[in-house]
Write a new protein. Structure first.
Length: 107
């Protein structure tokens, strides 16, 4: 199961230096809902290697605003406390997401 990111925990998790993948989503977003089971599957598949989770833009706003999230679903990737900008994705397929997770691990 994917981790739930909130404004109160997201910066601490990123600061840990681990590879982190954040899915920005909302319950009213059809593409977000289609991506949700993929995020959960990949969270289980990469457990112990990458922290993968979801950030609900309706319930939380500070981190989304700070990262200029303009559309959802958007995926941000972090490693060593820094965002890996070339791995930012909007509306990815499972294959694109998995490919970018592998790149994040190797980064």
């Amino acid at each position: 199961m994917a981790l739930e990111f909130t404004d109160s925990n997201v910066n601490e998790i990123i600061a840990s230096g681990q590879p982190v993948v954040i899915d920005f989503w909302a319950s009213w977003c059809g593409p977000c809902m289609r991506l949700a089971p993929v995020i959960d599957q990949l969270a289980a598949e990469y457990d112990g290697k990458v922290v993968i989770g979801k950030y609900n833009v309706d319930d939380q706003t500070d981190f989304a605003t700070a990262n200029r999230i303009m559309s959802i679903p958007t995926i941000l990737c972090f490693k060593n406390g820094e965002q890996i900008r070339e791995l930012r994705m909007t509306g990815p397929t499972r294959e694109q997401l998995k490919d970018n997770i592998e790149k994040l691990i190797a980064y």
